[in-house]
Ligand binder design. Structure first.
Ligand SMILES: NC(=O)c1ccc[n+]([C@@H]2O[C@H](COP(=O)([O-])OP(=O)(O)OC[C@H]3O[C@@H](n4cnc5c(N)ncnc54)[C@H](OP(=O)(O)O)[C@@H]3O)[C@@H](O)[C@H]2O)c1
Length: 286
């Protein structure tokens, strides 16, 4: 079985380490974190691994996972390149990080030494390792990097029931920005809506109910009908005059919210137009 060294064993590192160990995909070998206590706790949860306190203590391994925070990836890669652990007998080692926003280019110093480099981003909110271990099967996983590394990671992630797909290095930023649109902007937009309601005199005690019913209905409609099918409001009706008047009112209240209203309305009109072109009878129903 291939050996796996882990640098950074928090939510993602522990989850993957545990799943790979218990599925006999990799043998978790040496585990390095910031503190010896957290490395020890991680090995306990994974049921495998030797906690170490310095990179110099790490033995050669077939695969290295850097599951450190994004800001630490390049720093750790630089230290690893300077440390130059011996190559395993099976050939050049594979090293990958788990960031969605960075590509394998962050590991360029190791690639220059002949290592196979990749990134593997699992589209799951790893709230805690204990929860993520249960939730992981079926998780989509974006692989990017060199062909040999992707081949090994594809079979390793598939063995723990991830659904792998490849993203080109040059598309990694756009790929991750899409996830920001899909999830991170939702609370932002909701907070603008709630502030605007309050500014317009909507009673504060009605806000939680509005939040819950509108969001629940939107999620049900989008998952059932798709984004275009679920679109309602002035853009769905093609009511450009109403959009212009509302954009002005929002801008007077808050300039940044007004700019967002205009940009999102332009995208909403584009979505409504695409829907009308594919299904002409759908226009002006909403
Ligand atoms: N959380 C998510 O939902 C999620 C989802 C997909 C991808 N990711 C990606 O997965 C990666 C890890 O995220 P995470 O959420 O698992 O982070 P995390 O829970 O904060 O864990 C980070 C781990 O890295 C260790 N660490 C930090 N700096 C280090 C250094 N210089 N050297 C060695 N170890 C170091 C920490 O050790 P200590 O505990 O001792 O400080 C900890 O074990 C990131 O690239 C992130 O973008 C996260």
């Amino acid at each position: 079985m291939k050996t796996l060294n882990i640098i950074g064993a928090g939510r993602v590192g522990q989850t993957l380490g545990r799943l790979w160990q218990q599925s006999d995909v990799f043998t978790v070998q040496d585990v390095l974190t910031n503190s010896s206590d957290s490395a020890q706790a991680a090995c306990g949860l994974m049921g495998a691994g030797i906690p170490v306190t310095q990179m110099a203590q790490m033995r050669s391994a077939d695969v290295w996972m850097l599951a450190v925070p994004d800001a630490q990836i390049a720093v750790v890669a630089e230290t690893l390149a300077a440390h130059q652990p011996a190559a395993p007998t099976s050939g050049p080692p594979i090293v990958f990080h788990c960031s969605g926003a960075q590509s394998s280019a962050s590991l360029a110093l190791l690639a220059a030494l002949g290592w196979h480099t990749a990134s593997a981003h699992c589209i799951l909110s790893f709230a805690s390792a204990e929860l993520a271990i249960q939730q992981f099967p079926g998780t989509a996983c974006a692989l990017e990097g060199d062909t040999s590394a992707i081949a090994v990671l594809h079979s390793a992630f598939t063995a723990i029931h991830a659904r792998c797909f490849e993203v080109a290095s040059e598309d990694k930023l756009l790929y991750h920005a899409a996830a920001v649109f899909a999830t991170n902007f939702l609370p932002v937009i909701q907070s603008v809506a709630e502030d605007a309601w309050l500014a317009a005199g909507v009673p504060e005690d009605l806000i939680p109910g509005l939040r819950s019913s509108l969001l629940n209905n939107a999620v049900a409609n989008i998952t059932r009908l798709g984004p275009a099918g679920a679109l309602t409001g002035p853009a769905a009706r093609g009511d450009v005059a109403a959009i212009t008047r509302q954009a002005k009112a929002v801008t007077q209240w808050d300039a940044k919210a007004g700019a967002a209203y205009e940009a999102l309305s332009a995208l909403a009109l584009r979505l409504a137009k695409a829907k009308t072109e594919t299904s002409p009878t759908a226009a002006s129903k909403y």
